[in-house]
Write a protein that binds this ligand. Structure first.
Ligand code: ARG
Length: 266
C-alpha cells in the first residue's frame, strides 16, 4: 500500500508567475479545482492507497502542489527550502505536520530544494533534478541525509522546471521521460541507467504526461497524454487518465499534488 500526503486546493489561484505555465491574467475556477483534486484523492483511495491531508494555509495559493513540501525516505523527512519567496512559508506547515505525526528525523534542508519536484526516489537511488529550482548542493545534502546514492540530472527547458515534469518513476527499474528536457550529459546518464525507458513525445510532455504517479501497476497521468497512455499499456501498466485542467494553470498536475510518504524500513 502506498501512503500519500495531499493538500486541498482551498486557496488555490494563479496570483503570480514563477513558471511559464502560470498566467495571472487567466481566470481560474476554484470550484472546479477542488472537484478535480477530490477526484484524484478519491482515486488514490479506490486504488487502495492511504491518503493523509495537510491543512491548506490562506495566502499560499500553490500549496496544493504537495509534492514540493518534502522528501520522505525510510521514515526520514527532509523538508523543502523553496526557491521562490512566494512559496517559502509553506515549509513551516510541513515541519509542523511531520513533527506532529511522530516522524523521527524531520529537518528542513539547508540548500534550496523543492521536495519531490526535483527528488524522485527510484528503487535504492534518488534521481535529482537541478537547473531551475534545486541547488546542486542540495543533491549532496540529500545523499548524506538519506544515506542513498543520488544521481544528478540537469534540466534545460523552463517549461520543465522540476524533474517531475519531465520524468516519472514507474517502478524500481523503469522510468519514462522527455529526453529534450535534459542536457546531453544527463540524457546519456539516463540511457545508461534505464536502457528500456519509455520516452515521451514533445506533445505528451507538453500535456504534462510525465507528471504522473505510479504504484508499480497503475499509472495516473493527464488524459491528454495519449501516446504515453498507449505506451504504458503496451508495457503492461494500467494507465488512468486524469483531468486536472485547473491545476495545470499553476504548472502542475497529478504528481505535483501527491507527496509519497515512505515508512522506516523493517
Ligand atoms: N506553481 C507551482 C510552482 O511553480 C507549481 C509546482 C508544481 N509542482 C511540481 N511538483 N512540479 O512552484
Amino acid at each position: 500500500m502506498r501512503h500519500y500526503l495531499m493538500v486541498r486546493p482551498s486557496h488555490f489561484d494563479v496570483e503570480y508567475s514563477i513558471n511559464p505555465w502560470m498566467d495571472p491574467g487567466k481566470p481560474t475556477d476554484p470550484q472546479l479545482a477542488i472537484a478535480q483534486w477530490e477526484w484524484l484523492r478519491d482515486l488514490h483511495v479506490e486504488l487502495g492507497h492511504r491518503v493523509d491531508l495537510l491543512d491548506p494555509v490562506p495566502g499560499l495559493p500553490d500549496m496544493v502542489y504537495a509534492a514540493n513540501g518534502a522528501t520522505v525516505v525510510n521514515g526520514r523527512v527532509l523538508v523543502a527550502r523553496f526557491h521562490h519567496r512566494q512559496r517559502r512559508r509553506e515549509a513551516a506547515a510541513y515541519l509542523t505536520w511531520f513533527a506532529g505525526q511522530g516522524y523521527r528525523d524531520v529537518q528542513q534542508a539547508q540548500w534550496h530544494n523543492e521536495g519531490e519536484g526535483d527528488f524522485l526516489v527510484a528503487g535504492s537511488r534518488i534521481l535529482a533534478g537541478t537547473g531551475f529550482r534545486t541547488d546542486p548542493r542540495a543533491h549532496e545534502e540529500a545523499a548524506a541525509f538519506f544515506g542513498v546514492p543520488v544521481v544528478g540530472l540537469t534540466l534545460t527547458d523552463p517549461r520543465y522546471y522540476h524533474l517531475d515534469t519531465a520524468l516519472t518513476v514507474l517502478d524500481e527499474n523503469l522510468v519514462m521521460y522527455f529526453p529534450e528536457a535534459f542536457t546531453e550529459e544527463s540524457r546519456r546518464r539516463l540511457e545508461e541507467l534505464y536502457p528500456d525507458a519509455i520516452t515521451a513525445s514533445a506533445a505528451d510532455a507538453a500535456a504534462f504526461g510525465l507528471n504522473a504517479v505510479s504504484d508499480g501497476r497503475h499509472v495516473i497521468l493527464p488524459q491528454a497524454a495519449t501516446g504515453l497512455i498507449a505506451q504504458l499499456r503496451e508495457r503492461g501498466f494500467e494507465p488512468i487518465g486524469a483531468d486536472l485542467s485547473e491545476l495545470l494553470k499553476g504548472g502542475g498536475s497529478v504528481k505535483c499534488c501527491t507527496l509519497e510518504l515512505r515508512p522506516a524500513h523493517g
